[in-house]
Design a protein around this ligand. Structure first.
Ligand code: COI
Length: 355
């Protein structure tokens, strides 16, 4: 369905907050730009989007989001290059995935044009909010939630699509120590693990808190059936390097089809790094750690980019990863961020210029 949205209305702030922001000390996702995009689904159709000052929204307590958690989101970033041009990275992937997620939890699909034109217009308006300090970017959070009312456990009849922006520094500081989780599961076959549904993340908080209490920062999720195979690292996809081979778990009902994940795979393959996309046994990691062939582990996601792992806990034992030179994590992070910030050519055609 194509919707004509050439009439996006724009109401600008009277006074920008930008002078209050310390762009040299940006946290992740805590400072918000001046404007946001809002688009309503009412009477069976997505309406014309509006760009308005970032503000609170008022909801009736009976809105279904509060009761049944009907919500999906995306994570994206805008990057500014040395000439002041602004770029997105593979935005069509996020647009498509938002609808894949929506479909799974019975949210009406959002027309592509509303997502793409709305996003582009908002980022153009927020151009001064795209930071240039090293490692920072404008984190973009498109999301949809059920604003329609009712306590009946069924899909809402009204939704809101919003995009908010947060100039942000790195998601994690330093390497992560992770705990391989064998009791709690993130996802199950036939479930919603592949969708970027808000509830998937809420379900991770408690097991992660338990891991933090034990001295780890994140959990490595294993398959819900046997807990023998690793699947994701916290809110990121997971990569493992054994000798010179880069391994990652295949996407499935249970694993998010991450944009950074697939980009890392493509870059690694193009550079002749042997890549295996296959199930990875926990036992294989333990054996490889003991015999020295486990060289690296890292998480990959939009927010965290590539986040190296310093070691993992499994049952009552801790396994440390070696400090190595020429790490794949460092190299792949440089390659992907060089493309994102327009510091190199873009052989895959992933950059998308906004301004
Ligand atoms: C992202 O990587 O952008 C995500 O959506 C993960 C989120 C938990 C920060």
């Amino acid at each position: 369905m194509e919707t004509n949205i050439t009439n996006i209305s724009v109401e600008k702030v009277k006074t920008s907050k930008i002078s209050q922001v310390d762009f040299n000390n940006l946290p992740f996702g805590k400072v918000y730009s001046d404007h946001m995009l809002v688009c309503d689904y009412v009477n069976g159709a997505w309406q014309t989007p509006h760009i308005i000052p970032h503000q609170k929204i008022t909801l009736d307590p009976a809105a279904k989001i509060f009761h049944y958690g009907q919500s999906v989101f995306e994570g994206m970033k805008a990057y500014k290059d040395v000439d002041g041009h602004i770029w997105l990275f593979r935005p069509a992937e996020n647009q498509a995935r938002l609808n894949i997620s929506s479909k799974r939890i019975a949210i009406p699909e959002l027309p592509k044009e509303i997502f793409m034109e709305g996003l582009k217009t908002l980022i153009q308006i927020e151009k001064d909010w795209v930071p240039t300090t090293p490692g920072s970017s404008l984190y973009i959070r498109p999301f949809i939630f059920a604003s329609g009312l009712g306590l009946h456990a069924s899909p809402a009849d009204q939704y809101k699509f919003l995009i908010v922006c947060a100039p942000s520094g790195p998601y994690f500081s330093g390497k992560l120590k992770v705990l391989i989780e064998e009791k709690y599961s993130r996802a199950a076959n036939g479930g919603v693990g592949y969708a970027k549904a808000g509830g998937n993340y809420a379900g991770q908080f408690y097991p992660t808190q338990l891991a933090v209490e034990k001295g780890y920062q994140q959990v490595v999720w294993t398959d819900d059936n046997t807990h023998e195979y690793i699947e994701e690292a916290g809110a990121m996809n997971i990569f493992v390097r054994i000798n010179d081979t880069l391994l990652t778990s295949p996407v499935s009902d249970r694993i998010l089809d991450g944009v950074t994940r697939k980009s890392v795979i493509d870059i690694a393959k193009a550079e002749g790094i042997p890549v295996e996309i296959r199930k990875i046994r926990v036992e294989e990691l333990v054996v490889a750690s003991k015999n020295g062939s486990l060289k690296e582990m890292f998480g990959a996601g939009t927010a965290a980019v590539i986040s190296p792992i310093s070691g993992f806990g499994h049952r009552d034992a801790d396994y440390s990863l070696p400090e190595i030179e020429n790490s794949y994590a460092d190299h792949l992070k440089k390659r992907i961020t060089d493309i994102q910030y327009n510091r190199t050519d873009d052989p895959f055609n992933w950059r998308y210029r906004v301004l």
